[in-house]
Design a protein around this ligand. Structure first.
Ligand SMILES: Nc1ncnc2c1ncn2[C@@H]1O[C@H](COP(=O)(O)OP(=O)(O)OP(=O)(O)O)[C@@H](O)[C@H]1O
Ligand SMILES: [Mg+2]
Length: 360
């Protein structure tokens, strides 16, 4: 028994030399090691990454094996790579205690592709293995049911509502409750009530990420929403041209007003690759998203091309991330999702570190 304890301690010591490259902190301090057992030269444990789709998985696994190779007496390494997404939000009254992160997708302007980005990002996270929810907060023009190709309706159980499972995530939208082509007229308290219900009365269950598709604009409604919904942060979507950029600045200012961190900027309709001649055309100019991100001091997450498959996929309820996962746009969304997941992990860790420092 004593020998085993010594060995476990030595194993942990060796594992302390492995750092998460993004956080630059060792994996033992980060609490990534679970279920460590040492027996007759066999070491078994799980390394829990901070997000399931982590592109650094292969690197970290290699580093872990290399670190243990130099420990005398370790003959077999039975290593599992898992993931545990940490909670970054505290919700007043804990409306959604089992939701770890909430990400709003917003823009100052209509029609720039918020809903398209929200759908394809949420699906990219789900395909990477995360538990994902998608909430349509665009109460005036809810599009997500159509974009996801959902036919079913939410089940109501007493006071609670079950979100509709679709393409590997859970969806909730006002479109489930209104008649098609019927306008929705909201007054402040009704909006407040509806959004509270969408959080508190919907049985989201355990979620790693809940994506929220925001309505266009930066008026009262958007401001109220960003206050009601506890947010890990916001992703801003813009098209590259100057007129759209001035609107995204307003959106950034709005989120800042309510202390919501801006996680990054996506430039949508960034360029068009002609399927016939192969030439690239920058219809709405180019590079504005990156410049906007720099001026907000936030990350530039990526450029989504203007692509007929994205538009068709949206109209027909066949998002490219699921129905054409090898296509250019789907790969771009996957890359953006990986960047975003890393940013969320780093922010969560920094927040945790700050809390520890203030307590000490
Ligand atoms: N990268 C793209 N390539 C081609 N079409 C796109 C792209 N992004 C969005 N679209 C199309 O542009 C239209 C507007 O997109 P979307 O509904 O996502 O914008 P939005 O910002 O959510 O709009 P709203 O402000 O009305 O909520 C849709 O028809 C969508 O399919
Ligand atoms: Mg929309």
């Amino acid at each position: 028994m004593a020998a085993e304890q010594v060995e476990a301690a030595r194993v942990l010591e060796a594992l302390r030399s492995v750092k998460d490259p993004e956080l630059n902190v060792d994996i033992v301090t980060l609490g990534m090691i679970e279920g460590l057992k040492v027996s007759d030269g066999t070491v078994s444990f799980t390394v829990n990454l901070t997000t399931p789709g982590c592109p650094l998985k292969v690197q970290i696994e290699k580093d872990v094996r290399a670190a243990l190779a130099s420990v005398p007496g370790v003959n077999v390494v039975d290593l599992k790579m898992g993931a545990k997404v940490r909670k970054s939000i505290e919700t007043q009254g804990d409306l959604i205690p089992e939701v770890a992160n909430t990400v709003a997708v917003g823009s100052g302007k209509g029609g720039v592709g918020k809903s398209t980005v929200a759908v394809n990002l949420a699906l990219s996270f789900a395909r990477a293995g995360a538990a994902v929810g998608l909430m349509d907060a665009d109460i005036y023009g809810p599009n997500l049911v159509q974009m996801m190709g959902v036919k079913g309706k939410p089940e109501i159980q007493g006071k609670t509502i079950l979100p509709v499972p679709a393409l590997g995530l859970k969806l909730m939208s006002m479109a489930f409750f209104i008649k098609e082509d019927q306008p929705v007229i909201w007054r402040g308290p009704m909006l407040h009530g509806a959004m509270k219900q969408f959080l508190g009365d919907v049985v989201w269950g355990r979620l790693d990420y809940l994506f929220i598709d925001m309505p266009p604009g930066t008026g009262d409604v958007q401001l109220t929403l960003s206050q009601i919904i506890p947010l890990t942060g916001a992703v801003l979507v813009t098209t590259p041209q100057d007129v759209a950029l001035s609107d995204v600045r307003k959106a950034a200012a709005m989120f800042r007003t309510v202390n919501v961190p801006i996680l990054g900027v996506v430039e949508n309709m960034s360029y068009f690759d002609c399927p016939h001649c192969g030439e690239r055309a920058e219809i709405f100019s180019h590079g504005g998203g990156r410049r906007a991100a720099e001026s907000f001091g936030t990350a530039f997450l990526g450029e989504v091309p203007l692509d007929i498959r994205v538009r068709q996929g949206g109209d027909e309820g066949r998002p490219p991330v699921v129905h054409d996962p090898k296509s250019g746009p789907a790969l771009v969304f996957k890359e953006i999702a990986e960047k975003l997941a890393a940013i969320i992990s780093v922010n969560t860790y920094k927040k945790y570190e700050q809390e520890m420092a203030t307590r000490a």
